[in-house]
Design a protein around this ligand. Sequence first.
Ligand SMILES: [Cu+2]
Length: 142
Amino acid sequence: MSPSHRRRRAAPLALGAVVALLLTTACANGDDDSPTSPSPAVSPSPTTSSAPPSPESAGAPRITMENFAFSPADPEVRPGEKVTVANKDSTPHTVTAADGDAFDTGNIAGGESGTFTAPAEAGEYAFVCTLHPDMKGTLIVR
Ligand SMILES: [Cu+2]
């Protein structure tokens, strides 16, 4: 009788520990337990069009096209990121997914910049310049 009684108490004890942890967390966030206070938790949703966390992505191009080559040839971007591409040649170039239609800048005139939206799914995406198929790269989404 006594052992079974002890076993039954194990679950409530564990729950109590969890509740205590939650309470500790709540206290750390502030004394008022108002549920409407802005949460500092990270929102992983890429659909929210809030400001990008990195100021680098605001202006600096992630990909440069110069001398008929992509630089870097294997740019790393975040899922759904708006990627800026700068064309430093005098001829137009594109950044176009080699496989399917995951992304495409369309023609970027010489000296101009363009953008495309990175795929939402992580992975490696080969891309080319449709005007110069020898220009190849791999977009790494992670
Ligand atoms: Cu090109």
